[in-house]
Write a protein that binds this ligand. Structure first.
Ligand code: PMP
Length: 362
């Protein structure tokens, strides 16, 4: 990997090298078909096998119960912000939204186009530096669903555990932490996320939806926007993003070969321990921006003593082979995005660099 850098991009983000090499080796002739996978018809047998295998691997690895469907859609998580209220809300119906960052606000905005949604809790007044505490949440028992954002990619917070919403279905945007840790999927009505962080490249959005929620969905909206369409057609109502789904399958195979979700979770915990450990022991040189019990294992956000030092850190890091460390343009600072495909070795190398930089500039 001589010419590759440690890629800490927030998404699209680093992919396992073995996946890239396998994909490369299968261009231009996929499995003896005489064409690249991206040239195959989405109605062909070789494509159908990959589509089915990607689904089956996700069911196994994420321990998805049988009463759920897995859909491969397009439009990103952003289209799910709209599809969820379009399918589940309407005249006289409402939903609860917990606001933990910019992405939750975007989801709420879409819901308010269809209906009037409630804010069931928010950490905006704390600058999104933590997840609301359970006593700060108030749910409407008549809501159609409760929407949460599992991991807040920009501010660097993550729900340690999810709220109990009783019989109201819990929905979570897991764009930036899906398949990074064990989750009791049975507790959710819908889980969704773009693939471009933990699951593969951009272009495919995974939606995991419970059967009884599909039943409740509206069927008087545009065909392509109805969940029922995609459930009935097994995500093949129209041309699917075939190459993204093929890469998703390769990434899921890599997760399985790496030891499955337990091994991935352990690796993510080890990376978090190492990086937060270095931040906490830097005597204030590196300052974490979020409260300890809300810290994300996917996006680690911190500040340096000045914006000049932050710019210097990011520039010198890039020269030393560490890319993608600039915090989101709306918040500044430094952000280390370390999804599943970032090995512990990458965090070890980065923390060595951080210690050296603090020593020189502290
Ligand atoms: N939700 C979260 C938590 C995200 O991090 C992102 C993208 N970074 C989105 C939603 C939007 O996803 P997309 O670009 O796939 O629409």
């Amino acid at each position: 990997m001589a010419d590759r850098i440690w890629n800490f991009n927030a998404g699209p983000s680093t992919l396992p090298l073995s996946v890239l090499e396998k994909a490369k080796s299968e261009i231009p002739n996929y499995a003896g078909t005489g064409m690249a996978f991206m040239e195959l018809s989405h109605r062909s047998k070789p494509y159908a096998a990959v589509h089915a295998e990607a689904k089956s691997l996700l069911f196994d690895l994420f321990a998805i119960p049988d009463n759920f469907k897995v859909l491969f859609l397009q439009g990103g998580a952003s289209l799910q912000f709209a599809m969820i209220p379009m399918n589940l809300l309407g005249e006289g119906k409402t939903a609860d939204y917990v606001i933990t960052g910019a992405w939750s606000k975007k989801a709420l905005k879409e819901a308010n186009i269809i209906a009037s949604a409630n804010v069931a809790g928010s950490s905006e007044e704390h600058n999104f530096n933590r997840i609301p505490k359970s006593e700060e949440l108030s749910f409407d028992p008549n809501a159609e669903y409760v929407h949460t954002t599992s991991n807040n990619t920009i501010s660097g917070t993550q729900w340690a555990s999810f709220p109990d919403t009783g019989s109201v279905p819990l929905i979570s945007d897991m764009s930036s932490d899906i398949l990074s840790r064990k989750v009791d999927v049975s507790k959710f009505g819908i889980i969704y996320g773009g693939a471009q962080k933990n699951l593969g490249p951009s272009g495919v959005t995974v939606v995991i939806i419970r059967d009884d929620i599909v039943e409740k969905c509206r069927d008087d909206i545009s065909t392509l926007l109805m969940y029922k369409t995609h459930v009935d057609k097994d995500s093949l109502f129209n041309t699917s993003p075939t190459y993204s789904i093929y890469l998703l399958k390769l990434v899921l195979e890599w997760v399985k070969e790496s030891g499955g979700l337990s091994a991935i979770e352990e690796s993510n915990e080890a990376k978090g321990k190492l990086l937060y450990g270095v931040i906490d022991s830097s005597e204030g040189f590196y300052r974490g921006t979020v409260e300890n019990d809300s810290r994300s294992l996917m996006n680690v956000t911190f500040r340096l003593p000045s914006e000049d030092l932050e710019a210097k850190f990011i520039a010198e890091a890039l020269s030393a082979g560490f890319g993608g460390l600039k915090g989101h343009r709306s918040v500044g600072g430094v952000r280390v995005s370390m999804y599943n495909a970032m090995p512990l070795e990458g965090i070890q190398a980065l923390t060595d660099f951080m210690a050296h930089f603090a020593g020189k500039n502290g």
